[in-house]
Ligand binder design. Structure first.
Ligand SMILES: Nc1ncnc2c1ncn2[C@@H]1O[C@H](COP(=O)(O)OP(=O)(O)OP(=O)(O)O)[C@@H](O)[C@H]1O
Ligand SMILES: [Mg+2]
Length: 365
């Protein structure tokens, strides 16, 4: 089912939670709403589901106008065929797994045989069929999360909306359920709106990510595009780019820019023109794009420094390197990628100009 959101605005009193939001979600697409706490993710989802009445705008689900402020249309949630899974999964502890999943179908007064069939189908999808008769209070957190998911899937919604459904789980289980969720979504061809503030979750689940800041979509695109080409330094920061520094562009030649890092003697070359970066440009460099060597390299951006911190992380070592000419940089050195460096070592840090981005501080609204 396609979803089209047009000029959506939501105010709580004088506070604007959603500002002129436009979004088209394709049939079978997994769209992730990503952004930090308070940016309006849950509010947007509640508007689509009909749990919140927008101040203005239009929402169309599969060619049916479910909300239109001008025409006074506002279909109730149960007329929108939208399934929701919430962060707090609210499984009924006094019922079995199967009873939990069957509950809404019983409310709809379906026949027992149809209910049984659909419950087993939903439990199979989430891998819980062996637990059908177990009391729901005797489940692990991850299993309860699956019950909540099965309870939505059993209604065969045309759109599934999930609001941080994995946030109560430990990291390992979250990784696994994330993959399973994606499998189910693809298998059923479900149109899915997924809310998270975790960029890894967003990257793993999304066909497309809509990044929200302050109730507005500031960037939208496929996960890899968002990762490679964040539109602003603040988006880069949110997506995990750790070296972000004020800079002054000093010149452009042969398609590359030289910029001086603020309050230092350090100049950086970027294979990018700084002309789009506005009045307060920032240099953004990923920790994993820095190469650390014991000797200088031939490349334009190669700077001497001293290892101040070396933190073992399993596959990688995370370094803090104090450059002699200025800032401290956050760098990731692979154990497999080469030599290790100790605290106090003098090293050279190199970055390819192609990996140096000069971005505006914020996306201009
Ligand atoms: N009922 C309400 N009345 C007034 N303000 C509200 C109400 N619900 C939400 N807000 C405000 O609207 C903004 C957006 O809230 P929303 O719940 O959509 O954020 P979110 O992106 O889901 O955040 P989180 O990641 O913390 O869940 C927040 O600033 C919040 O304080
Ligand atoms: Mg929320």
């Amino acid at each position: 089912m396609k979803i089209s959101i047009q000029n959506l605005q939501l105010k709580y009193g004088s506070f604007t939670a959603i500002e002129n939001l436009n979004l088209d979600i394709e049939d079978g697409e997994a769209l992730v709403l990503l952004g930090q706490s308070g940016c309006g993710k849950t509010s947007t989802m509640r508007c689509i589901a009909g749990l919140e009445e927008p101040t203005s705008g239009r929402i169309i689900i599969d060619d049916v106008v479910v909300f239109d402020s001008e025409k006074g249309i506002n279909l109730p949630p149960n007329k929108r065929n939208v399934g929701m899974v919430f962060q707090s999964y609210a499984v009924w502890p006094h019922m079995t797994v199967a009873q939990n999943v069957a509950y809404s179908l019983k409310q709809k007064k379906l026949s027992k045989s149809e209910i049984d069939e659909r419950v087993m189908e939903a439990l199979t999808l989430v891998g819980l069929e062996p637990y059908a008769d177990r009391g729901a209070s005797l489940l692990s957190g991850g299993q309860m999360q699956r019950v909540a998911l099965a309870r939505s899937l059993v209604m065969r919604p045309s759109v599934l909306m999930l609001d941080e459904p994995l946030s109560n789980l430990d990291a390992r289980l979250r990784d696994r359920l994330r993959v399973e969720l994606r499998e189910i979504q693809l298998q059923l061809g479900l149109t899915c709106v997924y809310v998270t503030h975790d960029q890894h979750e967003a990257f793993a689940l999304a066909d497309r990510i809509a990044l929200l800041q302050g109730g507005r979509i500031v960037q939208m695109g496929a996960p890899q595009h968002m990762y490679e080409a964040p539109a602003s330094a603040s988006i880069a920061h949110f997506l995990g780019v750790s070296n972000i520094m004020d800079c002054t562009p000093e010149g452009t030649a042969a398609g590359s820019t030289t910029a001086r890092i603020a309050n230092s003697e350090l100049t950086v070359q970027s294979a990018q023109l700084a002309s789009d970066a506005g009045t307060s440009p920032k240099v953004c460099i990923r920790a994993e794009d820095l190469q650390i060597t014991a000797m200088p390299t031939e490349h334009p951006n190669s700077w001497p420094g001293t290892v101040r911190v070396a933190g073992f992380q399993g596959n990688d070592i995370r370094y803090a390197i104090q450059l002699e000419s200025g800032p401290e940089l956050d760098a990731l050195g692979g154990l497999r990628r080469g030599e290790q460096h100790k605290v106090g070592d003098r090293v050279w840090v190199t970055v390819n100009p192609r990996e140096v981005q000069i971005l505006p501080a914020e996306v201009l609204a």
